[in-house]
Design a protein around this ligand. Structure first.
Ligand SMILES: Nc1ncnc2c1ncn2[C@@H]1O[C@H](COP(=O)(O)OP(=O)(O)OP(=O)(O)O)[C@@H](O)[C@H]1O
Ligand SMILES: [Mg+2]
Length: 212
C-alpha cells in the first residue's frame, strides 16, 4: 500500500489545524509522529482514517483519493485516544459485536487478538469494570483482530504497565513484518526510536522529518 498526503491544509473554522502537509507512506514500515499537545498528531491520524477531509490538498491510497473514490481506507485498524466500548458487555462480546460489522475476523481471531493484547478472552467482567490499562488493551485487540493493512495508533501505550509496553513493542514489529503500514503517534520518544523507520516532528500543524 502506498499513501500520499499531498499538500494537505485543514482549517476548522478560523483555526489552522494542518498546514501544507506532504508525506509518503509505504507498507511494511512504521512511521512515528512526535509533537507537543495540540500540535496536530491526532488530526493527522483522523485525516488518514478519512474522518476529516482536507480543506485543500489530497490523500491518495494506492491511486484512489480519500473522500472522493472511497470514504475510508479499505483495510483499517484505528486506535484513537480513549477507545469506547459498550459498558454492559464483556470485552469478548464487545469485539464480537464489532467484528460482526465487517465479518473479516473469525471467533478465534478475536480470542487470539484479546490474548495478544494481554487480556483473557474468558474474563467474565463487563467493560465498565475494566481498569484504564485493560480498556486500552481491549482497544489494541480490536485493531489487531482484523489484521488490517493500515494501522493508525494514537498513543497506544497510554495507561499500559511495563509488560504492556513490551507487548506493544513486539506487536508493532510483528505487524510491520506481516506487511502492515503503521503510523504511530506517541509522546514516548523511546517507543518511537525503537520502532519507527521514520520519525516526524509535528508542530503547529506542520510536519517535518526528524533526522535519523
Ligand atoms: N473537534 C475539533 N474541532 C476543532 N478543533 C479541534 C478539534 N479537535 C482538535 N482541535 C484542534 O486541533 C489542533 C490539533 O489537535 P490534535 O488533537 O491533533 O493535537 P495532538 O497533537 O494530538 O495533541 P495531544 O498530544 O494532546 O494528543 C489543536 O489546536 C486542537 O485545539
Ligand atoms: Mg492527540
Amino acid at each position: 500500500m502506498d499513501i500520499q498526503i499531498d499538500r494537505v491544509t485543514k482549517w476548522i473554522r478560523d483555526a489552522l489545524i494542518l498546514d501544507n502537509v506532504s508525506l509518503e507512506l509505504h507498507s511494511g514500515k512504521v512511521y512515528g509522529l512526535q509533537g507537543p499537545n495540540g500540535s496536530g498528531k491526532t488530526m493527522l491520524l483522523r485525516l488518514l482514517a478519512g474522518l476529516i477531509l482536507p480543506t485543500s490538498g489530497a490523500v491518495t491510497i494506492d491511486g484512489k483519493r480519500l473522500g472522493k473514490d472511497m470514504d475510508f481506507p479499505p483495510s483499517l485498524g484505528l486506535l484513537l485516544e480513549g477507545p469506547a466500548f459498550l459498558p454492559e458487555y464483556t470485552g469478548l462480546k464487545n469485539l464480537e459485536l464489532l467484528a460482526d460489522i465487517r465479518r473479516t475476523a473469525s471467533r478465534e481471531d478475536i480470542r487470539q487478538a484479546i490474548r495478544e493484547a494481554g487480556l483473557d478472552p474468558d474474563d467474565k467482567r463487563k467493560y465498565r469494570k475494566y481498569s484504564l490499562g485493560m480498556k486500552q488493551r481491549l482497544g489494541i485487540a480490536s485493531v489487531l483482530m482484523e489484521k488490517p493493512d493500515l494501522l493508525l495508533l494514537d498513543e497506544p501505550t497510554n495507561a499500559l504497565d511495563d509488560a504492556g509496553m513490551e507487548q506493544i513493542l513486539q506487536l508493532i514489529f510483528r505487524e510491520r513484518d506481516r506487511g502492515a503500514l503503521i503510523v504511530l503517534a506517541s509522546h514516548d520518544a523511546g517507543l518511537l526510536s525503537k520502532t519507527a523507520d521514520e520519525v516526524y516532528a509535528v508542530y503547529e500543524g506542520r510536519v517535518r522529518r526528524k533526522e535519523p
